[in-house]
Design a protein around this ligand. Structure first.
Ligand code: DC
Length: 220
């Protein structure tokens, strides 16, 4: 079967992961949350107590195994789905994700995906799958994104502070979009959806309709 790739990019808290999850269930696609891969690597690096800014300390990358099983993320066979959402990871993940060795390893993992895939991240439509069948760029105001992250954390039983999350989101937007390698950027041929005043269902419906249209063309 030929691959059919939907790339969903956007800044922290734009709803990428929740929306990708919903759309993939409706369309019967496999969902790959690439932020979770960077988060799992950050968890491992913090546990090893390495200097996160020092590329030479990332020699462990070939030893770690990251896999997805339904909505769960496993790092070397340990379920880290909750741990990778903690604030300590959110605060450090940008530093880890700008390391070239890390990006190269994650790119290898991402490229192993085949079939009907929805992959969400920052550089999927620009770097990972520049020929994706459909590219979506999701945005929302920083305040709306901070509000959503607080609610998401609450639902996971993680306590968080709105002001701190907002400051972290603004900082992360800046770091993610100004880094040298694969910065957060809307691909020229991506469809931009501002989700600030849309419900998750509305965004989901828009994307499902776009996928249906592209699938018809793909099957011809
Ligand atoms: O989507 P998220 O907040 O879980 O992503 C965590 C971090 O991972 C984000 O701050 C930047 C990085 N990331 C990236 O650099 N490239 C991707 N494709 C996905 C995430």
């Amino acid at each position: 079967m030929n691959d059919f790739i939907v790339a969903i990019d956007g800044p922290a808290g734009s709803g990428k992961s929740s929306i990708s999850k919903m759309v993939s269930k409706i369309c019967g696609f496999t969902h790959i949350d690439t932020g979770a891969i960077f988060r799992a690597i950050t968890l491992y690096a913090l546990d090893k107590n390495i200097d996160l800014e020092n590329e030479n300390e990332y020699n462990f990358l070939s030893d770690i195994k990251i896999r997805f099983d339904k909505d769960k993320v496993f790092l070397n066979d340990n379920d880290v789905s909750h741990k990778i959402r903690e604030d300590i990871i959110s605060k450090n993940v940008s530093a880890v994700s700008k390391i070239k060795k890390v990006r190269d390893r994650v790119l290898e993992i991402e490229k192993e995906s085949h079939g009907k895939i929805i992959m969400d991240g920052r550089d999927i439509g620009t770097v990972v799958f520049p020929n994706a069948n459909l590219k979506i760029f999701l945005t929302a105001s920083p305040e709306e994104r901070a509000k959503r992250r607080v609610l998401q954390n609450e639902s996971l039983g993680i306590k968080s502070n709105y002001d701190e999350i907002l400051a972290d989101i603004i900082k992360r937007d800046y770091k993610d979009s100004t880094r040298d390698i694969a910065p957060l950027k809307c691909a020229d041929d991506a469809i931009n959806i501002d989700t600030t005043s849309l419900s998750i269902e509305e965004v989901c419906n828009k994307i499902v309709n776009l996928i249906d249209e592209r699938l018809i063309l793909w099957k011809i």
